[in-house]
Each structure stands twice: as structure tokens, then as C-alpha cells.
Design a protein around this ligand. Structure first.
Ligand code: GDP
Length: 458
């Protein structure tokens, strides 16, 4: 993405598909000039001396050259002519009927008069570059848009309100003050005067450490990016779970990895075995657990059944294994399956599969193993996308916050008898790491990663 904020951008800001109302958004220095060429307010003097944010009723004329494409679109124009907008530059929204061809014609018209189509996330990027929101708040915009549940929404709104970054900004300011004083001390090292006392230094560093630790706590558990999805094989004893486990490990697991016990005797897997799979870059932990057996006879088997039940509960994805030849069981499994389940028809070398909802595979012939792996991969990727704002922020920020924490601990130790230069270096490291989190220190690839997740118009 090019971070050029000097031109004027435009995009349809409402979701694709028709709707009662649609919004086309504009931002940049040429907004007024562009609108003056195609928007006619009902009140002809409304343009005169426009300087305040306002709302104007009027029409947008589109389709300039082609007679047949000419449209007159009644609309409301919301205008922020100065820096009091989301992007802190001239901005406008045209609210019209939500018909896709009408909105597309309006966008074309604006682009004919100097605007260019916005890249995904570019409005929020401008808000970020103008200092209107920090990076965690920009991610929160994405979280609000993508929220699926009330919890996602509450978390994103809190983050948008600065709940996550405000304390980090505060300690960043304090640490900048500490650094300035330490550096002043270094410049006047021969003078007896101490610019900042050790006790006070330690107090400020401890406070910063506390805030970083609290923020890490807040992110903990939401960082699903680092945490492997658990894929658990479930099904009756003897349906072929252990064989499937071994076949998948052989193809997608680490070399020489632990194998699960395969036996024609039902109930051979007494506990559970787990290993990591790499499915084209998407990692997961595959778990083979004891098959469900309501008549567990001895105490060891009952314990194994409890361990297996626990694994099933903790699963992010369950592979419900049923034998390909058993149509009734496949139907029942397909009906029971929820969003966290995949139905797998095992032993398809022995019998055809009569249900399209099940993925046929055979650990003996190898048929369908790649399909099973691909289905797992897709589900995990979907789930990562559902992590919401805090998840994406957590994945991006946890490493930086840990760096900050390490540097602050080292700095605290140095206040008890280390050189000021080393102390200043640790504080600089901590500041850099905290700056990465709030976006005060930014590299293009971080911006790319954050803003490329947005859709166009946000
Ligand atoms: P589990 O109890 O569900 O873990 O089942 P196992 O993996 O131990 O397999 C039970 C029996 O089915 C064993 O005798 C396996 O050799 C056999 N089996 C497993 N998968 C297949 C398969 O894909 N095709 C055939 N023909 N037999 C299989």
C-alpha cells in the first residue's frame, strides 16, 4: 500500500449488495472542488462560505459523458470541510439510495473529478497517520466492523475508546521524560548534580513495568494466533481414528513423531496422543483420544474415557470419524455436526460413502487424506479470522510488550548500580517496543499487515 495522503480518495463505504441506504465516502484536499462539480444542493447558496461541518440535501449528477448513463441521484451530503473529520482532512459522505449501480455511478463521478478509488483501510490509515487514532484503535475499527458476538463488539469498542493503549501512552510519556533526564545527566556527567534520583527512577520504571504486565494480561488468552488449534479425532472404538492419526502424522507431522496404537481390538487407545501438524503453513495439534465407550470396564479405561472426554471438550475442531459403509451413522453424525465439527468417513477403500457431508478417506490406500487436511486447514484459517480485534492486536503486540517488559526489568536492575548509559539504552529499547504497539514507531510492513485486513471504504 502506498502511504500517500496528499490526494483525494473515494469509496463505497456500505457493504456490497443492495440496501435501503448506501454511503460513498470521500477524503482529501480536493473534496470540496470535486463535489462542486457534481453535487447540486437544494439551497443554491449553501456552498457559499462553507466552513463548518454540515449536512446538505441535494442531487448528485453522474455519468457526465454517456447520455444513457446519466443519473440524477437525490442524496444527503455530510460535509466536514476542515480537520474536524475522522481523517483530520476535508471529508464527506454522500448518503443515497443503496442501489449498487447508483453507488458505483456516484463513485465513478467523483473519480472523474479528481478523486481516486481508496485502497482497503485507507480512510482509517489516514486517521492513523493524522494522529486521530493510534494503531490499536485502528485495529479496533476493524474489530467493530467484524464483530460477530457481543463480547467481540464490547472488546473492540473498549479498544477503540483507547482502553488498551491509553495507559501505554501515559507510561511512554513518563519514560520519555526519564530518558531525557538520564541523557541530560550523561551530557553533564562531570557535574555533581544528579538530574533524577535513583529511587524516583526505580519508581517510574516499576510503574511502567506494571502497566506493561497488565496489558500483557489483558491480551493473554486472546492471542489465538500463537496458540495452536486443537483438532481432536472422535468416534466409536475401531472406526479407524488411530490409523487416520498415523496417516496424517506421516504426511503432515514432524519426522519420527509418536504414533498411535492401531489394533483390531476396540478400545486400544487407552489415553490420548497428540502431535503437531503443519498443513501448508497452518499449524494445529492433532489429538487421538480413546474412543467413546459407555461401558468402560476397569478404572484405567474409565480414566482414559474421562481424558478423552476432556480432549473433546477442549477441541477447537472435532473430526467425527464414522465408517464409510455405515450410512445411518454418517447421516446421524452429519445432522449432529456443528461449526466445530467435520465428519470424516473412514475406510473408504472398503465401502463407498453415501453422504456428501462426509469427507471420504482411507488410511490404507491414502485416498482423501489431502482432502481431510485441506478441510482442517480451512476451518482453522476461518477460526483465526474470527479472533476479532483483540486477537489481531494481541498477535501483533504481545512480542513487543514482552520485549518492553524484559528491557524494563533490566533497567530496574541497573538502577541499583549500573551505568546510566546502559540504563538509558534499556529504556530506549522499552520505548521502542511500546512505540510499536501504539504505532508511534512504525515500519511499513506493520502498517501493511494491519490495514490490508480492512475492507475498502473503511
Ligand atoms: P480406532 O479404535 O478408532 O483408533 O481404530 P484403529 O485405527 O485402531 O483401527 C481399527 C481397525 O480398522 C484396525 O484393524 C485397522 O487396521 C483398520 N483400519 C483403520 N483404518 C482403515 C482403513 O482406512 N481401511 C481399512 N481397510 N482398514 C482400516
Amino acid at each position: 500500500m502506498a502511504y500517500d495522503a496528499r490526494d483525494t480518495i473515494a469509496a463505497i463505504a456500505t457493504a456490497a449488495g443492495g440496501g435501503a441506504r448506501g454511503v460513498v465516502r470521500l477524503s482529501g484536499p480536493g473534496v470540496l472542488e470535486c463535489l462542486a462539480k457534481c453535487f447540486v444542493p437544494d439551497d443554491p447558496v449553501a456552498w457559499v462560505g462553507i466552513g463548518q461541518p454540515c449536512r446538505l440535501a441535494g442531487v448528485l449528477h453522474t455519468g457526465g459523458d454517456g447520455e444513457s448513463a446519466r443519473l440524477t441521484v437525490p442524496c444527503h451530503l455530510f460535509l466536514w470541510p476542515d480537520s474536524r473529520s475522522y481523517t483530520r482532512e476535508s471529508a464527506a459522505e454522500i448518503h443515497a439510495i443503496g442501489s449498487p449501480p447508483v453507488l458505483a455511478a456516484a463513485l465513478d463521478e467523483l473519480c472523474r473529478h479528481g478523486a481516486r478509488p481508496a485502497e482497503p483501510g485507507e480512510f482509517t490509515l489516514r486517521a492513523f497517520l493524522a494522529g486521530r487514532v493510534d494503531l490499536t484503535q485502528a485495529e479496533a475499527v476493524l474489530g467493530v466492523v467484524d464483530a460477530r458476538t457481543r463480547d467481540d463488539l464490547d472488546g473492540a469498542l473498549d479498544q477503540l475508546a483507547g482502553g488498551l493503549s491509553r495507559p501505554l501512552h501515559r507510561i511512554r510519556d513518563k519514560l520519555l521524560g526519564v530518558l531525557a533526564e538520564l541523557e541530560a545527566g550523561l551530557d553533564f556527567a562531570d557535574e555533581p548534580h544528579e538530574f533524577v534520583g535513583r529511587a524516583e527512577l526505580l519508581e517510574r520504571i516499576d510503574e511502567a513495568s506494571r502497566v506493561v504486565a497488565e496489558t500483557l494480561d489483558q491480551l493473554d488468552g486472546r492471542d489465538r494466533g500463537d496458540d495452536l488449534s486443537r483438532v481432536v479425532l472422535t468416534g466409536e472404538p475401531n472406526v479407524g481414528k488411530s490409523s487416520l492419526f498415523n496417516a496424517l502424522v506421516e504426511r503432515f507431522g514432524p519426522r519420527g513423531e509418536v504414533r498411535s496404537l492401531v489394533s483390531p481390538t476396540p478400545g486400544a487407545t487407552r489415553d490420548f496422543v497428540a502431535t503437531r501438524l503443519d498443513l501448508c503453513g497452518v499449524g494445529c495439534e492433532l489429538v487421538d483420544s480413546a474412543g467413546a465407550n459407555a461401558d468402560a470396564a476397569d478404572s484405567v479405561e474409565r480414566a482414559a474415557q474421562r481424558a478423552a472426554a476432556d480432549q473433546r471438550l477442549r477441541a477447537d475442531l472435532r473430526l467425527m470419524c464414522v465408517e464409510a459403509g455405515n450410512a445411518a451413522t454418517i447421516n446421524a453424525a452429519a445432522e449432529r455436526a456443528g461449526s466445530g465439527d467435520l465428519v470424516v468417513a473412514t475406510k473408504c477403500d472398503l465401502a463407498p460413502v453415501g453422504h456428501s457431508a462426509a469427507i471420504p478417506c482411507s488410511s490404507v490406500s491414502g485416498a482423501g487424506l489431502d482432502d481431510v487436511a485441506e478441510a482442517i486447514r480451512l476451518r482453522i484459517a476461518e477460526r483465526a479470522g474470527e479472533g476479532g480485534v483483540a486477537a489481531s492486536t494481541a498477535a501483533r503486540c504481545a512480542g513487543s510488550l514482552r520485549d518492553a517488559q524484559r528491557a524494563l526489568i533490566a533497567a530496574a536492575v541497573l538502577t541499583r548500580g549500573g551505568g546510566d548509559e546502559l540504563l538509558a539504552a534499556e529504556i530506549r529499547t522499552a520505548l521502542h517496543a511500546i512505540g510499536e504497539v501504539v504505532g508511534a514507531v512504525c515500519v511499513d510492513d506493520v502498517l501493511d499487515r494491519v490495514f490490508s485486513q480492512f475492507c475498502i471504504g473503511k
